[in-house]
Design a protein around this ligand. Structure first.
Ligand SMILES: [Zn+2]
Length: 126
């Protein structure tokens, strides 16, 4: 437990979200089953559940910028090769998994393209 590091008041919305999350993340139930849990145990449980939520949030926010499917667009509107400037050919979607600092996997799906001239492969940004 860190003492008085940050005494900033949290907003009423934050308190409401916290109350809802306790139920959604199963922490309300966990607390009932662990009435004598220590500070460290409570913190570890909340961290573990929040890491999952954090991974979901990151995944959602990242995908917000990548909703555009450029494979159906005319060549002049497609992303271009960074080497020779030719419009890329769409090669379908590829899924990658990244690891968050909380140790959770985040799934990212992006359209993959190759350059018809020099053959380079790209994951163009949304
Ligand atoms: Zn190229």
């Amino acid at each position: 437990m860190k003492a008085k590091k940050n005494k900033r008041e949290r907003s009423p919305q934050m308190q409401q979200v916290s109350a809802g999350l306790r139920d959604v993340l199963g922490i309300t139930q966990w607390r009932k089953e662990h009435p004598h849990a220590t500070w460290a145990e409570i913190e570890a449980e909340v961290d573990e559940q929040m890491n999952q939520l954090r991974a979901q949030l990151i995944q959602d926010v990242v995908q917000m910028g990548e909703t555009e499917d450029w494979s159906q667009k005319p060549p002049e509107e497609r992303p271009r090769c960074t080497t020779c400037g030719k419009p890329l050919w769409a090669r379908g979607e590829q899924t990658r998994f990244l690891q968050t600092t909380g140790g959770e996997a985040v799934k990212l799906t992006r359209s993959y393209g190759t350059c018809p001239q020099c053959g380079r492969g790209f994951f163009p940004p949304g």
